[in-house]
Design a protein. Structure first.
Length: 77
C-alpha cells in the first residue's frame, strides 16, 4: 500500500512543502510541491497545516494538498 506524506525543510519564512511517496522497498520518491508556508503554521508531528493556524489561504492550501495526495495515489494505483 502506497503512502503519501508532506513535510517541510528549514526554519526560514516561507519554507517549501515537500511530498514523499513510499510504496514498499522499491519506491521512495521525494519532491517539492511548489507550495510555501510559514513554518509557524505547519505541524511537523502531523505533517499538515496546524488546526489553530489562521491565515488567509489556509483552506485553499489544505484543499490543494488533499487534491494532490489523491491524484498521486490514483496515478500510483
Amino acid at each position: 500500500m502506497a503512502s503519501v506524506h508532506y513535510f517541510i525543510k528549514g526554519k526560514s519564512n516561507p519554507v517549501s512543502i515537500f511530498v514523499r511517496l513510499r510504496d514498499g522497498r522499491n519506491i521512495d520518491q521525494t519532491t517539492s510541491t511548489g507550495k510555501t508556508i510559514n513554518p509557524d503554521f505547519w505541524s511537523t508531528k502531523t505533517g499538515e497545516v496546524k488546526q489553530r493556524a489562521e491565515f488567509s489561504d489556509k483552506l485553499n492550501l489544505e484543499k490543494s494538498l488533499r487534491k494532490l495526495r489523491n491524484q498521486i495515489l490514483e496515478n500510483r494505483n
